[in-house]
Each structure stands twice: as structure tokens, then as C-alpha cells.
Design a binder for this molecule. Structure first.
Ligand SMILES: [Zn+2]
Length: 256
């Protein structure tokens, strides 16, 4: 499908499925395949309901969503961070601790148990609280990236930050590359956070070491809205050396 402003604006209005997935780059092709270009997608560190609570509530309030598919996965960087903090007592930033790690205190004994059982169950329960009795189905699938075909070739990893979009990354990334000459957003190399949250962005830039960050705006209004987030991200000590750009799919790149 062709990605356009209209498609983005209507993404959550027309969709009957909401996909909540981890930001991991290896899931992009699978999300495109499962969502078929029509599901609306929200992504962050670990497919975390808490980090995306406001966005999820807003999408569900529009009333058309009948199913939510939660896609956490094995070999997850975010869960590695959680396990490192709670099992190995590695230091993590306070904001990352309260936003992501804390909910798992005392709930698992191994990283594998966390990834394959505890996180999927935790997110299902958090979503049930938000759905609060409405007639919306929940399915949780813990993906195994080693069994997926992420497609494309491996190159420098990037981070794309967007608002919730249609499940059409192939089209979105190509469109972004056209709007921002010289930028490469590979299907297999681009992590995706949507909408922006400071915890997921921090994990991507600080823990995963991503240096190429692109806020992808479907239009001028979204591009304006991203300015404060881009400025915030650029001011953090962990993002020194990272290149942060806003790509307006309807215009040229705005350098921050
Ligand atoms: Zn992950």
C-alpha cells in the first residue's frame, strides 16, 4: 500500500486491529505481514502497555478496534535491561527504572522466563485494565526473531520515531528516504518507537547505541509537534554524538 498523509490520519480511525509491539528492528517485516497495512501500530521498549497507555486509550476510544495483538519477543534488548537490573543489579537510569523495570520486581527468575512468560502475561493484564470490560479481544504472541526473516541487509542501525501508524513500514521508510535525501532506513536495521516516549528513546540511544534518529512526520503539523521531543532528546547527555532529524513526508528534511 502507498503511505500518504490520509493513510496516516485515518490509520487508527479505520483499523479494527491494534498491534502493540516491541521497537526491535527485526519485527518490522513481520508486523507489515501480520498487519497487512491496515492495522494501527504502537511500539516501544518491550511492547509495554504502561509506556503507551495514553496512545492506546486514545486509539481504543475511537471505537473501531475489535482486537489487540501484543507482540513481545525473545532476545529482547529491553527485557535484557530489566533482567540486568533486577537479577544482576546493574544500574539503570531512574526514569527507565520507574517507567519499565519496576513493574517486574520479584516476578521472574531468568531472562527467558521474563521474555517468554512474565512480560507477555504482564502486558495482557495491563491491557485488560485499560479495556475494562469492553468487547475487545486480546492476543499475545511472543515472537522469536531467530525464526523471522527480517528482510533487507544489515547496516547501521537507526531509530524511527513516529506517531501510531498503519502497519506499512516498507512504504513509510521508503517515503521517508525520499523526503530526506541521503538517509537510509532499512527494514532490518530500523528500530521504531511510536508514539515518542522518553524511556524507549533513551534505551534505543543509550543502551543500543543508535546514532541516527529520525522523527518521521506525516505532515507539517506532526513535524511541528515533534520539535519539542527532538529538542528534548538532543539535550540529553546520552544523545551526544547522535544525529537527530525531523523528516516531514510532505516536505524536505528539517535539520535540528
Ligand atoms: Zn524488544
Amino acid at each position: 500500500m502507498e503511505f500518504s498523509n490520509k493513510a496516516e490520519d485515518d490509520a487508527s480511525a479505520n483499523a479494527d486491529t491494534l498491534i502493540l509491539a516491541c521497537m526491535d528492528r527485526r519485527l518490522n517485516s513481520e508486523i507489515d505481514r501480520i498487519g497487512g497495512g491496515t492495522a494501527v501500530v504502537v511500539r516501544n521498549a518491550g511492547a509495554d502497555v504502561g509506556l503507551a497507555k495514553v496512545a492506546i486509550e486514545r486509539i481504543l476510544e475511537q471505537g473501531n478496534i475489535g482486537n489487540v495483538l501484543i507482540l513481545p519477543h525473545l532476545d529482547c534488548g529491553a527485557m535484557g535491561l530489566v533482567a540486568g537490573s533486577l537479577l544482576d543489579k546493574k544500574r539503570v537510569d531512574d526514569q527507565v527504572y520507574s517507567g519499565l523495570v519496576r513493574q517486574f520486581e520479584g516476578s521472574f527468575r531468568s531472562r527467558n522466563e521474563l521474555e517468554s512468560e512474565v512480560n507477555p502475561m504482564m502486558q495482557r493484564h495491563r491491557l485488560e485494565d485499560i479495556i475494562n470490560g469492553r468487547d475487545i479481544g486480546i492476543e499475545v504472541r511472543c515472537l522469536d526473531p531467530s525464526r523471522l526473516n527480517p528482510g533487507g541487509t544489515d547496516c547501521t542501525h537507526s531509530l524511527a520515531i513516529m506517531n501510531p501508524s498503519a502497519s506499512a513500514y516498507e512504504a513509510i521508510f521508503k517515503s521517508a528516504e525520499r523526503s530526506a535525501g541521503g538517509m537510509t532506513l532499512g527494514m532490518a536495521s530500523t528500530y521504531v518507537v511510536q508514539p515518542f516516549d522518553a524511556v524507549s528513546a533513551r534505551i534505543a540511544v543509550e543502551s543500543l547505541g543508535i546514532k541516527n534518529v529520525a522523527f518521521i512526520a506525516a505532515n507539517r503539523r506532526e513535524a511541528e509537534g515533534f520539535k519539542a521531543d527532538a529538542l528534548f532528546l538532543g539535550r540529553q547527555d546520552y544523545s551526544s554524538g547522535a544525529s537527530i532529524n525531523i523528516v516531514d513526508l510532505t516536505r524536505r528534511r528539517i535539520k535540528e
